[in-house]
Design a binder for this molecule. Structure first.
Ligand code: BEZ
Length: 212
């Protein structure tokens, strides 16, 4: 069965461009993003890894460690990183897992045999500091992912954890947010949302985004 939201993220030790990597040790108490791509030296993947490298500061601000993966070898990844850096005008510093024996790809359900029985699809897993899977996303090989959207979703998850708010459709950082329907106690509402809130219906209560 595929991994579901709130499942424990499987730990692994695997070769990578940063040497042997134990996933849990690498993440420590940080958030994590594990994302797979189908193959080294392919055009869409080259632009994706370049985009992630350019967002390094954004991931760091949110205390997120990024790990990429494909079933190619470490030597292949290392040679490809040179192309990514050159063509995308960036520097890939995050590790790329060399999952040649597919142990990680299988543990995370990244191989979809009806799409390809040898290559990983474009999976994304956002993992919280308790090692729970908080978001999954799967794109097919020809469709590049939007990593700004992944940052936006991370911001929403971190706000939910800190302030018991949810984020509405198309929310952007700084926009108003929604008070979780589970908070009903008037004293708790006043303490958590001192700037007040607008009650559109009993279940749709809008408030300014709390400070993080
Ligand atoms: C790509 O990254 O460009 C790609 C990889 C596999 C299939 C199609 C495109």
């Amino acid at each position: 069965m595929s991994l579901q939201l709130s499942s424990n993220a499987p730990n692994f030790t695997q070769d990578s461009t940063n040497g042997t990597l134990n996933f849990y040790e690498y993440l420590g108490d940080s958030w994590g993003i594990l994302f797979s791509h189908p193959k080294d030296f392919t055009p869409v993947c080259t632009t994706e890894l370049g985009s992630v490298a350019k967002l390094e500061d954004e991931f760091e601000k949110r205390d997120v460690k990024v790990v990429a993966l494909s079933v190619d070898s470490r030597e292949s990844h290392e040679a490809w990183i040179k192309d990514i850096n050159e063509t995308q005008n960036t520097e890939v510093n995050f590790p790329i897992i060399a999952d040649e024996d597919r142990t990680v790809a299988e543990a995370y359900g990244m191989i979809h045999p009806e799409a390809s029985d040898t290559l990983t699809v474009r999976s994304v897993f956002i993992i919280d500091p308790k090692k729970k899977i908080r978001l999954t996303l799967t794109y097919p090989a020809p469709t590049g992912r939007n990593f700004e959207e992944i940052l936006r979703a991370l911001d929403g998850l971190q706000l939910t954890d800190q302030h018991l708010v949810a984020t509405p459709a198309n929310w952007k950082n700084g926009d108003n947010v929604i008070i979780l329907p589970s908070i009903q106690d008037k004293d708790e509402l006043a303490a958590r949302f001192p700037k007040g809130y607008e009650e559109l219906t009993s279940y749709l209560r809008i408030t300014a985004q709390p400070e993080t």
